[in-house]
Design a protein around this ligand. Structure first.
Ligand SMILES: [Zn+2]
Length: 180
């Protein structure tokens, strides 16, 4: 029996994106590359980051996944094609959070229902926070509320996200009311 020395874990290949670490960085990156940012075109952004996207029907609560293919080293994002487009946008943004912040730690992320109370681990909480910041940047959120409608549904339509996502974002930015 021979002992084989394991190769050290390779650094992630997409080094050109290494300086992107926050949602703010990524919004600026999208802006600099001419991607529509109001609301953010998350599919174009995903492609720009070199990630392949697939829309496939999945079981009820499954939202999507992000996995690195071993053979090709390509990142593949799969989104539940049966979900509402607003939910799909949040899933895409959530998976981008994993890609930007966690792809050095793992090469496979599978996501079911977001916003579940309680049992979320740190990476899931971070990916949700990243998604909220990416889809509803703080300054845009404040100006949308101060210049437009105060109704949750209208704000949701403005950012192309769910009402639930708006409520959570509003609460985290210190807004009260609207049954938050
Ligand atoms: Zn996740």
């Amino acid at each position: 029996m021979a002992f084989i020395k394991k190769k050290p874990r390779e650094r992630r290949a997409h080094s050109e994106f290494d300086d992107l670490s926050s949602a703010t960085d990524v919004v600026k990156f999208a802006n600099d590359h001419g991607i529509v940012c109001a609301p953010l075109d998350v599919s174009e952004l995903t492609k720009l980051l070199g990630i392949k996207m697939r829309f496939e029907p999945m079981d009820g609560d499954e939202s999507g996944s992000l996995k690195k293919e071993k053979k090709t080293d390509e990142w593949i994002m799969t989104i539940n094609s049966l979900h509402h487009p607003h939910r799909q946008r949040f899933t895409i943004a959530h998976e981008l959070g994993h890609f930007i912040q966690h792809s050095v730690l793992s090469d496979s992320f599978e996501d079911a229902t977001f916003f579940r109370n309680g049992d979320m681990n740190r990476m899931e909480t971070e990916a949700n926070q990243f998604a909220a910041e990416l889809l509803m940047p703080e300054d845009d959120f404040h100006s949308a509320i101060s210049t437009g409608s105060q109704k949750v549904e209208d704000i949701a339509e403005f950012f192309h996200v769910s009402s639930m996502a708006v409520r959570i974002r509003a609460k985290s930015l210190g807004y009260q009311g609207h049954n938050l």
